[in-house]
Design a protein around this ligand. Sequence first.
Ligand code: KMH
Ligand code: ZN
Length: 309
Amino acid sequence: MAKSVIITCAATGGIHTPTMSPYLPITPQEIATAAIEAAEAGASIIHLHARDPETGKPDPRPETFMQFLPVIKQSTNAVVNISTGGGLGMTIDERLAAATTAKPEMASLNMGSMNFGIFPLLEKHSEWKHDWEPEFLEMTKDFIFPNTFKSIEYVLRELGETHGTKFEFECYDLGHLYNLAWFVDKGLVKPPFFIQMIYGILGGVGADMDNLMHMHTIAQKLFGDSYEWSVLAAGRNQMPFATQAGMMGGNVRVGLEDSLYIGKGELAKSNAEQVTKIKRILEDLSYTIATPDEARERLALKGGDMVGF
Ligand code: KMH
Ligand code: ZN
């Protein structure tokens, strides 16, 4: 009996900027609505960033997160997963502030330093709603997204050991799997753990199915059956890669953090639209979709009532 597929939805992220889509959730109310609708559409885990309500700029402030976290908790049974990636350029303490305040069941944890090039998105617009948008995108041409062994261990201890938060280990390249294996070998990461394999970010591994197959093969060699894996791909590769992962016994991530589109040249009008689409594809292929409580059981999460919001 094939395992059910856990759908994660990443509602807004810190990559896309307001000019790129009128449907990108910005305010706490928009983020809450997007998360609730995504959960109602079938997402069991909601991955969340916050944004400055006025400018749409990635916002690390716990008080901004706290304007939508309780609303989501009251309205859904979904697992809340708070980003520790934050926005490019934030310090590690800025990146951790919301999660150490909210003590969520899950948080993302990026498993290696890397170039994180989103400057090609500059070519898509000649005018911007906010001055910070082109400046932010241009900055990524000369920016390294820092995730050292020291900072990764800091997050594991400050959030994992202290608050019982489990992680979506974000692996953008093959080497990130070996970094994770080092932490597993040191006993700092214990099974069952959740690996998010990420394709198509400029600076990480490319969105080539051979890379998905190979990273899955290496993960099997490194970790055996002690982990759950999921796949996200940026942009137009989002649905094909999620479908492929689902068919291989993996889990999937969609959401406007990773792609603004629902089809070729067509902006998604909501996160729920993408959740509905991948759910329909997988169910049409006779797969079942995991509930939040199934996800909690498989990932050994602490429970929705053990959080700080
Ligand atoms: N926005 C980038 C820092 C995470 O959520 O942990 C990638 C990111 C990863 O959002
Ligand atoms: Zn994120």
